[in-house]
Design a protein around this ligand. Sequence first.
Ligand code: 5GP
Length: 113
Amino acid sequence: MSETIFSKIINREIPADIVYEDEHCLAFHDINAQAPIHILVIPKKPIPKVADANSDDQAILGHLLLKARDIAREQGYGDAFRLVINNGEAVGQTVFHLHIHILAGREFNWPPG
Ligand code: 5GP
């Protein structure tokens, strides 16, 4: 897989407003926030998208979800947050390093646009 901007953030080659890090994942504010809180949670393993994950990735995928939940709570949004994963260019994925968007702090419509 070719290096993405998110690999560069993991490697501290470009800056980001990091809110959480552990050995498996990193979370930082989205540079183009779509809500009062818009944070991205990414695995350190460079999985391009959910469709590329395999059974070895089960634990990391679960870890990302639970950390997204914890970060939303730590940011003060309790149980009122939306998690989004875009899978593939056709549905809006622009960075091909798997990431969960945490969005909170405003009203959200359903279905999403
Ligand atoms: P996607 O469209 O792939 O689901 O989401 C990619 C997200 O990454 C977008 O919301 C975009 O604003 C964000 N993003 C792209 N480049 C950077 C960057 O260099 N730094 C940060 N913090 N976010 C970025």
